[in-house]
Design a binder for this molecule. Structure first.
Ligand SMILES: Nc1ncnc2c1ncn2[C@@H]1O[C@H](COP(=O)(O)OP(=O)(O)OP(=O)(O)O)[C@@H](O)[C@H]1O
Ligand SMILES: O=C(O)c1ccc[n+]([C@@H]2O[C@H](COP(=O)([O-])O)[C@@H](O)[C@H]2O)c1
Length: 188
């Protein structure tokens, strides 16, 4: 089985993530997409990061109606910060029958040379890149394939700020995720 891994903080998951995951699923030969919730991105400050179990639950709620989407909490049990190369190695050992690929926004590709052991990622895993706003110079490699996808300038930062300021986030998130955030008074 070929699995596309979509890593992120998902703080919270929003329609930008979901639309991209579905476009990549549809335009590649993947059997499944797994959303891997990262407790702590090595490049991001921890402030404003809500508990990982809430972020995981919101991903579960968001993808429940997609038959080929799954969520993974594998990084919850791994050392922090979450280094993608270590997670890829762990998952490949755990599921030797699966072929894992990586989704990357073109913005992430700009800094990809700074990722831990990025050469090992390139040597061993196919990477599907999708366009992101404000991208700068990319990175060319035979394992990297660009997939045509819409540019969606929606961010979790904007959503968190909107909630904090008392603004509506309707349509930026699935209804069930919005209800979860409001019920638990997250990001207020
Ligand atoms: N609107 C979007 N369209 C496509 N990809 C996105 C979008 N927003 C985020 N991503 C990508 O999804 C992955 C996970 O994103 P992340 O959880 O950091 O969300 P974010 O919205 O960028 O968060 P924040 O605003 O807190 O930085 C990253 O690779 C990021 O580039
Ligand atoms: O492995 C690394 O060195 C590395 C460096 C930066 C980011 N990542 C991972 O990339 C994923 C998405 O990153 P971001 O910045 O969009 O939140 C998240 O799962 C991070 O752990 C991984």
């Amino acid at each position: 089985m070929k699995v596309g891994l979509y890593f992120g903080s998902f703080n919270p998951i929003h329609v930008g993530h979901l639309i991209i995951a579905n476009v990549l699923y549809d335009r590649t030969d993947l059997d499944e997409v797994w959303f891997v919730v990262s407790p702590q991105n090595p490049f991001k400050k921890q402030q404003a990061l809500i508990h990982e179990f809430d972020r995981l639950r919101m991903v579960e709620l968001a993808i429940a109606d997609h038959f080929h989407f799954r969520v993974s909490d594998v990084e919850f049990r791994m050392p922090r910060p979450s280094y993608t190369v270590d997670t890829l190695t762990y998952l490949s050992d755990q599921y030797p029958q699966h072929q894992f690929c990586l989704f990357l926004g073109s913005d992430n590709l700009t800094h990809f040379q700074k990722w831990k052991n990025h050469q090992a990622i390139l040597d061993n895993y196919e990477i599907f890149v999708y366009p992101r706003p404000r991208e700068t110079k990319g990175f060319v490699h035979p394992k990297i394939k660009t997939i045509e996808a819409p540019l969606l300038d929606i961010s979790a930062t904007f959503i968190r700020k909107s909630i904090q300021e008392g603004h509506s986030v309707k349509y930026l998130l699935p209804d069930k995720v919005e209800e979860y955030i409001l019920d638990k008074k997250l990001y207020q």
